[in-house]
Design a binder for this molecule. Structure first.
Ligand code: ADP
Length: 615
């Protein structure tokens, strides 16, 4: 079946080529016929007329010889004359036969007949002159020769000349005819060839157009399909391979359309599902594109910010949500300036509603791993925050209530221990001492709890100023020199002058450094060293407090920043509340920095915190 179809296109081309070949063959045959006719004319011209002229020329020569032979017969030797005459006569006859068989012109036949008659007469005259010579002698013979033979010879010569002239004229006329014929043949060949070439040209144009039109039409449809118009189909204009190709292409386009329709359908379904999921989320959710324009927001977001999704779409985040802090945080995450570890708790006041949100930002990436958008989820943690605040308030109140009686207990015990109100026996002294130590520990706990609740409840206002980090560290370190010396610990601060200033509340940073140095002292052995150093990294200054004390087990290195976490199994003599590092973390994070710990158990510990530089 397919072979038959392939043949069809081949047949078409074959027909066109055959037509063109026939045209070429016609031109060739026509030209050949004309050239043949021309050569035939030239041949006739050359062969027939020239042959007659040549025969005439030879007959003339033989006639002259015959005349001479007669004279030889009369004047010299009769036998020689007769034999010479006969041989000339034979040659004459031979040329006469040639001419008689080569009559090509009208009247030439009559002239040849006349010539034959005259020559026969001439031969008879030779017989007559022989008799006259025998009977009457030389003189009458010569007379007969002059009066009869010569005039006959002249007549023969005249006839011969006429024949020659007739052929010469025919030759000249023939030359003109051949020239005319050649010219007309040339014109005919040119005209016929031109007509046939034009015909061939039109056949080529017509067939090429006919063959190529379906291809052009298919090409246009292909372009349309490429540009996304999957509905357009190519018309089937021929029942050959191109028609078959068009049918296959149309089938392909139909399948593509079906595929697109089904994919679109699925995509639509998925979109509806995702929208339903997004809408059902009870926390505000916003989807942004890479220019921070709103692509989608859910009902909770509409309700909380009192906005409408339709009016917000395609508008900039800041124009709709109007929260600079949130925008800054999102853009930092998008530009990878902020660690991808979300969330951040932020406070948003909108429409007289105070809410705390856990801001969770997810970056959307396309298959080429380029950022294609952001999903911002504002997880409402207001209730948790309120509970936490209540807890802090409660702890703060309790601690505060504790502090006054505790101070009077401590005052009383110190009076007793110093024997200001009388002597104590050994047992009483030891008891009072223990009460005093426990009171000290309790006061430290109460103080830490108070400080903690102050920071957590936002009561503590941060006095942010641009400060030299060195002066802050100096302020802290110098209060520990005596304590370190008494414990034979070498305390050193590696001073740096050139660092840019940091934007901090110096009092709180001093508190953090105090806590880190006091911990280092607490957990250092006699004779060990504590080094405080700084380093500048990108846009933060790092502060390191390194000791070669007990070290911290790996599983505790993150946990110790939580409240009341202390490493188990340490010397119970070491006093601590387990709150210092938790407070330090609160302060450093509030200042925009980070704090962490690295350690090798039994060898060293290093606490690092960062502070943003003042740009
Ligand atoms: P505190 O020191 O009052 O107990 P912190 O929050 O300051 O509370 O410290 C928490 C715990 O971390 C400490 O109890 C201790 O177990 C461990 N720790 C802190 N600093 C060091 C240090 N420099 N070396 C070893 N352990 C430490």
């Amino acid at each position: 079946m397919e072979d038959v179809k392939i043949m069809r296109l081949r047949t078409k081309f074959f027909i066109v080529y055959t037509c063109l070949a026939i045209i070429t063959a016609i031109i060739a045959v026509f030209s050949s016929i004309n050239i043949y006719n021309l050569s035939k004319s030239i041949n006739g011209l050359m062969v027939h007329n020239y042959k007659s002229i040549n025969a005439v020329k030879n007959m003339n020569a033989e006639l002259y010889n015959e005349n001479n032979s007669i004279l030889i017969y009369l004047n010299k030797n009769k036998n020689e004359g007769i034999s010479s005459f006969n041989s000339s006569k034979d040659v004459f006859q031979k040329w006469y036969q040639i001419e008689a068989n080569n009559i090509s012109e009208t009247d030439e036949g009559n002239l040849v007949d006349t010539l034959n008659r005259y020559h026969k007469n001439y031969l008879e005259l030779f017989d007559n002159i022989q008799q006259i010579s025998e009977i009457n002698g030389l003189i009458p013979s010569l007379k007969f020769y002059d009066n009869s033979i010569i005039p006959t010879s002249v007549n023969i010569t005249k006839i011969l000349n006429d024949i020659s002239l007739l052929n010469e004229n025919a030759m000249f006329n023939g030359k003109d005819n051949v020239t005319k014929y050649a010219v007309s043949s040339m014109y005919i060949i040119i005209i016929v060839s031109t007509l046939l070439i034009i015909l061939g040209f039109f056949i080529a144009i017509f067939t090429l157009d006919k063959f190529l039109y379906p291809i052009y039409s298919l090409r246009e449809t292909m372009k349309a399909v490429k540009d996304g118009d999957l509905k357009s189909l190519a018309p089937i204009l021929s029942k050959d391979e191109i028609g078959e190709l068009t049918t296959e292409f149309n089938n392909m386009a139909k399948r593509l359309r079906k595929f697109e329709e089904s994919t679109l359908g699925k995509l639509l379904e998925e979109k509806i599902k995702s929208s339903a999921i997004v809408m059902s989320i009870s926390d505000p959710l916003i989807v942004l594109d890479t220019d921070y324009k709103i692509v989608l927001l859910n009902n909770a977001c509409e309700y909380f910010f009192n906005i409408k999704e339709k009016e917000s779409l395609n508008k900039n985040f800041l124009d709709i949500i109007k929260n600079d802090d949130l925008y800054e945080y999102i853009s930092k995450i998008c530009n990878f300036k902020e660690k991808e570890v979300n969330p951040k708790i932020t406070y948003i006041n909108s429409n007289n509603r105070d809410n705390y949100f856990n801001v969770i930002v997810n970056i959307l990436k396309d298959p080429e791993n380029k950022i294609s958008g952001l999903v911002v989820l504002l997880q409402d943690v207001t209730e948790l925050k309120q509970l936490e605040n209540m807890k802090s308030d409660f702890i703060g109140t309790i601690s505060h209530e504790f502090k006054t009686p505790l101070t009077s207990i401590m005052f009383g015990t110190s009076l007793m221990r110093d024997k200001k109100i009388g002597n104590l026996n050994q047992k009483q002294f030891e008891l009072i001492n223990e009460i005093s130590e426990n009171s000290d520990r309790l006061l430290a706990l109460v103080n830490d709890l108070l400080y903690m609740s102050k920071i957590e409840s936002n009561e503590s206002i941060f006095n942010i100023e641009s400060q030299e980090i060195d002066s802050i560290i100096e302020k802290s370190v110098k209060t520990f020199y005596e304590q370190a010396k008494s414990k034979s610990v070498y305390l050193q601060y590696d001073y740096h002058e050139k660092f840019p200033k940091v934007k901090v509340d110096s009092e709180k940073v001093v508190w953090v450094i105090n806590n880190l140095i006091s911990n280092a002292l607490k957990y250092s052995k006699i004779g060990s060293e504590i080094i405080i150093s700084t380093a500048l990294k990108l846009d933060v200054i790092c502060v390191f407090v390194t000791d070669n004390g007990t070290g911290i087990p790996e599983e505790y290195q993150e946990l110790i920043f939580n409240k009341f976490v202390q490493v188990k199994g340490y010397d119970s003599e070491i006093n601590g509340t387990g709150l210092g590092l938790a407070i330090s973390k609160e302060i450093i994070v509030a200042l925009g920095g980070e704090i962490w710990c690295e350690s090798k158990l039994g060898e060293w510990s290093r606490f690092t915190f960062t502070l943003p530089i003042d740009k």
